[in-house]
Design a protein around this ligand. Structure first.
Ligand code: FE2
Length: 190
């Protein structure tokens, strides 16, 4: 019988919970694809919907020979908008964090501050918000990400790769086993 209070739990029960969580975590690529498809409903006054924007940002990364992790980050950088536009950079960055390098996590986390260069002046906000990160080793790559890919990707005429093109990349990046210890334990005890 499973515990009803954590202070009465056993190590064996936690091992079992770990295995169950690992099984469910393995569905991450399917969940990411489903969230991306939900972006199709979001237009919010832009010239393209948010799925097209995501695909177009990632297509530009592909054509610039970016790494697979960075292409997937470009595809998912606004995925947090499924939950909340207001704090979407933080949501997207935290979803990506266990699957990508530290620098790619930071680029997604801060991308709105970089984007501000292109429109914050119109709203009486600071267009140089990115400068707080100017000494970071990932600063130049963040500029390329936002200036060449993200901010330019609201063009319905641009030849954009479909989601199916990116699905094997999603499978590889989000298929990383974060709970390998529990799986190894399960195999050893099988
Ligand atoms: Fe974006």
């Amino acid at each position: 019988m499973p515990f009803t209070r954590m202070d009465q739990s056993t190590a064996a029960e936690w091992m079992n919970i770990g295995r169950e969580v690992a099984r469910r975590q393995a569905q991450m690529p399917t969940l990411i694809k489903s969230m991306l498809r939900q972006l199709e409903e979001q237009v919010d006054g832009f010239e393209t919907n948010q799925l097209v924007h995501a695909l177009q940002t990632a297509t530009r990364a592909v054509r610039d020979q970016a790494s697979e992790e960075l292409i997937v980050a470009a595809l998912c950088h606004d995925i947090g908008k499924v939950i909340s536009v207001v704090n979407h950079p933080a949501i997207g960055a935290e979803i990506l964090k266990p699957y990508v390098s530290r620098e790619i996590y930071e680029i997604v986390r801060t991308h709105q501050d970089f984007q501000g260069r292109h429109y914050y002046a119109l709203m009486e906000m600071n267009p140089n918000a990115r400068e707080q990160y100017c000494h970071e080793p990932w600063y130049a790559l963040a500029e390329k990400f936002t200036d060449e890919w993200d901010q330019a990707s609201f063009d319905p005429e641009y030849e954009t790769l479909p989601l199916t093109y990116f699905e094997p990349m999603i499978d590889r990046v989000f298929g990383k086993n974060l709970l390998a210890n529990f799986d190894a334990e399960a195999q050893a005890s099988a």
